[in-house]
Design a protein around this ligand. Structure first.
Ligand SMILES: Cc1ncc(COP(=O)(O)O)c(C=O)c1O
Length: 382
């Protein structure tokens, strides 16, 4: 018997070693990784620079409570602000970053209503789960936190109907990740941002999956030319070391006065050192340009395969966050199994989308190798 809760459906392989964009299981089988550990390992596995930074900090001090000055937090917060007027709160995961965002929005506005999207995913704790617009995730856990309202993604009229003077915030993913790799439309996002500004409603952008270079800009919101009031981050921020962050506009800072919110582990020194290196390396013009180029290479290749396949219904995404919508959920399971057997690890999103999140360090030759495998599996007549 297993001594674990059965809340995850696990495959029988165990990944015991990684190097760059490759993973190895307990039997020594090699896999090309197109999962990044669900959008986490943006700099790949076993990175020598990160290993050294982590070891050096581990030899000094791991943890200090948030009762004392923490210059590493200051340094990372400044980098994350990206020359804009943001201040940061550090935590340990995406769901906690969103909890902080929800709490800040309510405290700063004195209002409770928060509008999120149908099919969104914001996390599993009560606030973040209540923000998540998916009934299957709520089932059995009701009553939820009150005053969350769900509207269709990429539609303006239903959203304008629910915006009112009781609304604290609108909370969005710019590419719905877990929901099926669905990019938000630029015009819609800009209209929503404009309406929020006009009506004094805060705009929260959940960049937990889209941030840290994943879409080819450091934050996805840069490509939408908007300025969110609150941004949440986690996943790739620590390249595997648990860390999350909530950024808020400076004008909101006073709402989180001493005693209002906190986390024992949040912003610990190991996580801060690692995250600072991750952000410094990813947030450069050259690195992000490469992500864009590699994203285009992968997208073009997938579109070519789609044109020859009766199994592919759509190919979409931004940067290196791409999805292939297949004709059924059963087919998706079969395709993922075949790819795994051929040495390529992929992810599922929504009911029938094959989600591709390779490390941002993926090489062009590795993309070509993956495309050959996708072609072999997806253009095979069943
Ligand atoms: C957009 C988004 N928000 C929040 C979360 C929750 O993050 P975590 O699993 O670190 O709590 C996820 C995780 O998949 C996510 O994709």
């Amino acid at each position: 018997m297993s001594y674990l809760f059965p809340n995850y459906s696990r495959k029988s392989i165990e990944l015991i070693k990684g190097k760059d964009n490759l993973l190895f299981d307990q039997n020594g089988k090699e896999y090309l990784d197109f999962t990044s550990g669900i959008g986490v390992m943006n700099l790949g596995y076993n990175d020598a620079e990160l290993n050294q930074i982590l070891a050096e900090q581990a030899a000094k001090i791991w943890h200090t409570p948030n009762l004392y000055t923490n210059q590493l937090q200051e340094k990372l917060a400044q980098k994350l602000a990206n020359n804009q007027e943001y201040v940061a709160f550090f935590c340990n995961s995406g769901t906690e970053a969103n909890e902080a965002a929800i709490k800040l929005a309510r405290k700063a506005t004195g209002k409770s209503k928060i509008i999120t999207c149908i099919n969104s995913f914001h996390g599993r704790t009560y606030g973040a789960m209540s923000a998540t617009g998916q009934e299957s995730i709520h089932q059995g856990f009701e009553p939820l936190v009150p005053d969350f309202v769900y509207v269709p993604f990429n539609e303006l009229a239903p959203l304008t109907q629910v915006l009112d003077d009781k609304t604290a915030a609108v909370m969005l993913e710019l590419v719905q990740g877990e929901g099926g790799v669905l990019p938000a439309e630029q015009a819609w996002v800009q209209k929503v941002a404009g309406l929020c500004k006009e009506q004094g409603i805060l705009l929260i952008i959940d960049e937990i999956q889209t941030g840290i270079g994943r879409t080819g800009s450091f934050y996805a919101y840069e490509q939408y030319q908007i300025e969110p009031d609150i941004v949440t981050l986690a996943k790739a921020l620590g390249n595997g070391l648990p860390v999350g962050a909530m950024l808020g506009k400076k004008a909101l800072a006073q709402a989180f006065a001493p005693g209002s919110h906190g986390s024992t582990f949040g912003g610990n020194k190991l996580a801060m050192q690692v995250a600072e290196n991750v952000v410094t390396r990813i947030n450069t013009k050259e690195f992000l340009q490469q992500v864009q180029q590699k994203g285009t290479l992968l997208l073009n290749g997938l579109n070519q395969i789609a044109a020859q396949s009766t199994q592919v219904q759509d190919v979409r995404g931004i940067g290196l966050m791409l999805g292939i919508e297949l004709s059924s959920s059963e087919l998706l399971t079969e395709v993922m199994t075949q790819l795994e057997a051929a040495g390529l690890l992929t992810l599922r999103a929504g009911s029938k989308v094959l989600r591709l999140l390779p490390p941002l360090t993926i090489k062009e030759a590795e993309i070509e190798q993956a495309l050959q495998l996708f072609s072999a599996v997806l253009t095979k007549e069943g």
